[in-house]
Design a protein around this ligand. Structure first.
Ligand SMILES: [Zn+2]
Length: 133
């Protein structure tokens, strides 16, 4: 038995195997049916996936270009924190980090800054590196 679903109305039809490859008419909407199992339709389904897989590298290329600026910003935050955020155009973030750095450096005198400053430094690098365009 071959089960064929009508492409028009989705009505399921059953045909004997000897009708394989022949044409028939939908009993419900009179649309033309090709008597082939529904499975051969499946190879068509991976096609959009393949197209999507092809589209992904293009997206990666776009991401890479923004990753380049993220990498650059991370390197600058590594050497001159938090100026890397300015490269990313994140002025608000830059100001916030600058204030945090100011207090963190002040806190070095009471010891806490010895923990918060390296932390801030590290977070700033990760933050810049993870930022997407
Ligand atoms: Zn039909």
């Amino acid at each position: 038995m071959i089960t064929v679903k009508c492409p028009e109305c989705n009505h399921a039809h059953s045909f004997n195997d000897q009708h394989f490859g022949k044409s028939a008419q939908c009993r419900k909407c009179q649309a033309r049916l090709k008597i082939i199992p529904n499975q051969p339709v499946a190879p068509i389904a991976p096609a959009p996936q393949y197209a999507a897989a092809q589209a992904i590298p293009q997206q990666v290329v776009i991401q890479q270009s923004s990753d380049t600026s993220s990498t650059l910003a991370a390197i600058i935050n590594l050497l001159f924190p938090p100026f890397g955020f300015l490269i990313q155009g994140r002025v608000g973030t830059f100001v916030l980090y600058l204030i945090a750095w100011f207090f963190s450096i002040l806190l070095i005198f009471v010891g806490i800054g010895l923990v918060t400053t390296p932390g801030l430094w590290l977070i700033g690098i990760i933050d810049a590196a993870n930022h997407k365009g």
